[in-house]
Design a protein around this ligand. Structure first.
Ligand code: IPD
Ligand code: CA
Length: 277
């Protein structure tokens, strides 16, 4: 397959969403089955509490094998190291288990996140933008999915972000990283925000936070230090549900160092507070 033209890409979007949804569901069910048999840590990453389990690796291997079979010309980027150059212009960005610490503790909020992305230097900090994607939470049997311009769905029902416009009334999701330095930085931001909002939710999986935003279960989300696989599918699902996705300031694309999401009125106010303005 040659490089997809914009028209061919547009026509393929529903099919890409459907593939992401099928693979996320299958992989999520398999990850949940593995968890019922126990869990073991395979390695640590940025710190000794940043873990990867054998299930993370097996789930990523399963998804990448299925993608290579279905779409051999597409590229692949996975959290646990999967990497392939593509020729079609599409790169699949995969978080095989987002919420790995939840998975370790058998807390139910873990998800599989799969997004088809295209190069877009300005949209996100990593220079790619999701055009179709899915997030599956196997313990809740919740399948979130979207494609550009097609709205977003949870198990087939259309999603809309909340219209809460006042930070004082907003429930805001966020997350924390795995290094002491990163946690200190995140604590400074949280210290500014927490006294000004209704409450914070720390669900434990950024992809699930963004889907929760899409479903109106939280009013906004922000995090410092996300990686592309944490937000690729979730940011598309949130934005197709009406969220605006912002970076650290007007000049900076969302992603690393910061990503904010929520309805337009609220998200700009939340960002101002987090920035200390
Ligand atoms: C983490 C989760 C968490 C977020 C961290 C991520 P992982 O991903 O999304 O909610 O706060 O920044 O690293 O390690 O569970 O795949
Ligand atoms: Ca992740």
């Amino acid at each position: 397959m040659a490089y997809l033209t914009p028209t061919a890409l547009q026509a393929a979007l529903p099919e890409l969403e459907s593939l992401a949804a099928t693979l996320a569901r299958e992989a999520g069910i398999e990850a949940m089955r593995m968890r019922a048999e126990g869990v073991s840590v395979a390695a640590t990453k940025s710190s000794d509490i940043d873990i990867v389990t054998y299930a993370d690796r097996a789930t990523e291997a399963r998804i990448t094998a299925a993608l290579r079979a279905a779409r051999p010309d597409d590229g692949i980027l996975g959290e646990e190291g999967a990497s392939a150059e593509g020729a079609s212009g599409i790169t699949w960005v995969i978080d095989p288990i987002d919420g790995t610490v939840n998975y370790l503790y058998d807390q139910p909020a873990y998800v599989v996140s799969i997004a088809a992305t295209v190069a877009d230097p300005l949209a996100f900090a990593d220079g790619r933008r999701a055009v179709a994607g899915a997030v599956y939470a196997p313990r809740f049997d919740e399948l979130f999915s979207a494609h550009t311009g097609g709205g977003s769905r949870l198990n087939g029902s259309v999603l809309n972000v909340s219209d809460v416009a006042t930070p004082a009334h907003a429930l805001v999701a966020t997350g924390f990283g795995y290094t002491v330095e990163r946690k200190h930085e995140q604590l400074v931001l949280l210290t500014r925000l927490l006294p000004r909002i209704r409450d914070i939710r720390r669900l434990g999986a950024a992809a699930y936070d963004l889907c929760s935003l899409a479903a109106g279960r939280v009013d906004a989300f922000y995090e410092k230090g996300l990686q592309p696989w944490d937000y690729a599918a979730g940011a598309l699902i949130a934005s197709e549900a009406g969220a605006m996705i912002l970076g650290a300031d007007e000049q900076t694309a969302p992603g690393e160092p910061l990503l904010f999401a929520g309805n337009e009125t609220l998200v700009t106010k939340i960002r101002d507070i987090v920035r200390g303005l």
